[in-house]
Ligand binder design. Structure first.
Ligand SMILES: [Zn+2]
Length: 76
């Protein structure tokens, strides 16, 4: 199994990128919190109220952002 240690953009915890289903986040909780912020600009809104469509749209944005950061990492 491949190992790539990365820092969760939400909680700053170190984790194996390949072991997380929720990358670039360490956990579903961190991903949902981040998605909630994208939608609401706030920490206080319950992220569980995201609709599937909203979550998918935001996940696509995050994936695009993550692809860019991967390019940065490869030159390191
Ligand atoms: Zn995290």
């Amino acid at each position: 199994m491949k190992i790539l240690s990365v820092i969760c953009p939400r909680c700053k915890k170190k984790f194996n990128y390949y072991s997380s289903e929720f990358r670039p986040f360490c956990s579903e909780k961190c991903r949902l919190i981040d998605l909630g912020q994208w939608l609401n600009g706030s920490y206080t809104v319950p992220v569980q109220k995201l609709t599937l469509e909203e979550a998918e749209a935001l996940e696509k944005l995050i994936n695009e952002k993550n692809e860019n950061s991967d390019e940065d990492d490869s030159s390191n």
